[in-house]
Design a protein around this ligand. Structure first.
Ligand code: PHE
Length: 345
């Protein structure tokens, strides 16, 4: 029996060394010091052992028991300490200041488009969109500009070849947002109140005042009894909300093939108040958009009877607005992605 005690002692010590968790340690305690363990059984049955053996066996078994108990306590403390240390290492100080990270922002053009759209939405208009790659039909023909029409010269067009089995259909990068007028009138019946923001393209050598891509916002209202008074009221209201309530508006005749009559709207220069300065080219006025009454031929082409309905349309360049407001002297700054420029807005 003494051999058994020694065996238990060495086995228990060997196992204890490999133990790393409190759960394992508890298993170990049950196995070697529990009520059903070998060692405790031996101690319990000492009374049956002959008297001469009893003393040495009893003394040794007790010694082993006490030894294992104190190792158990030691090991337990050790494991708990390690655990606390690793918790200590994992601790984070939530009061430390965070790492600042770069917050993005909307591009100046996007913000201007939103601002324009908000005004027209409040006036009852709805936003629509059209494709940037467009058929010649929508960009020119349906807008009263057949091939060879001199007004086409005003649009330096980027053509895209598009071939089908039946031959080539002329396609292009839209030169203005006006084709969206046609697409809208083909689909929807009056009353129509829409605005169409989007990109347009021109085959143009870039310089401080020309870009090959820029943005426009188109507007269209078609209904019974729409007159130039509606056009004026709507656009004057728009100009004042965008540029300030006390802006004066100038309304002059202009020519676009798809409107009749056509006009141009200018505001009095907000830098010099109309006296004449560099911004307004000493004229005192700044042109902000082109507009007019939708041409009867254009309405008819879209299946809308010009005897019954009339409408007005307008179009404006988007970049021009922040250019005027902030005195940006080069349109190329908008799209060459220099953060030093973009971050200012
Ligand atoms: N599409 C014209 C342009 O790009 C602007 C315009 C739109 C004029 C609608 C009249 C009516 O110059």
């Amino acid at each position: 029996m003494l051999d058994q005690v020694e065996e238990v002692a060495s086995q228990a010590n060997a196992e204890l060394q490999k133990i790393a968790s409190l759960d394992e340690l508890e298993g170990w305690r049950v196995r070697y010091l529990g009520r059903k363990s070998k060692l405790i059984n031996i101690l319990r049955s000492l009374g049956d052992v002959p008297i001469e053996e009893r003393r040495t066996l009893g003394a040794r078994a007790n010694q082993v028991k006490v030894g294992l108990e104190s190792r158990f306590t030691q090991k337990k403390e050790q494991i708990e300490l390690l655990k606390n240390q690793s918790l200590e290492l994992e601790k984070i100080d939530v009061t430390l200041p965070g790492q600042p990270y770069q917050v993005g922002r909307l591009h100046l053009t996007t913000r201007t488009i939103k601002e324009i759209c908000d005004i027209f939405i409040s006036l009852g208009f709805q936003i629509v969109e059209g494709p940037e790659v467009e058929w010649e039909h929508y960009n020119f023909e349906a807008l009263n500009m057949p091939a060879e029409h001199p007004a086409r010269d005003g649009f330096a067009t980027l053509w895209a070849d598009y071939k089908t089995e039946t031959g080539a259909r002329p396609m292009l990068m839209r030169t203005h947002t006006s084709p969206v007028q046609i697409r809208t009138m083909e689909k929807a019946k009056p009353p129509i109140r829409v605005i169409a923001p989007g990109r347009v393209y021109r085959y143009e050598a870039t310089d401080a005042t020309h870009e090959w891509m820029f943005s426009q916002v188109e507007g269209l209202a078609v209904d019974k009894n729409i007159t130039m008074a509606d056009l004026k009221g709507t656009l004057f209201e728009f100009a004042r909300r965008l540029f300030g309530q006390d802006r004066k508006c100038r309304f002059r005749v202009d020519y676009f093939p798809f409107v009749e009559p056509g006009c141009e709207i200018a505001i009095d220069c907000f830098v010099c108040g109309g006296k004449g300065c560099r911004l307004c080219g000493s004229s005192g006025w700044i042109e902000i958009l082109g507009a007019g009454m939708v041409h009867p031929e254009v309405l008819r082409g879209c299946g809308i009877d010009p005897e019954e309905y009339s409408g007005f349309a307008f179009g404006m360049g988007v970049e021009r607005i922040p250019i005027l407001r902030y005195g940006i002297d080069d349109i190329r700054l908008f799209y060459n992605n220099d953060l030093r420029f973009l971050k200012q807005f």
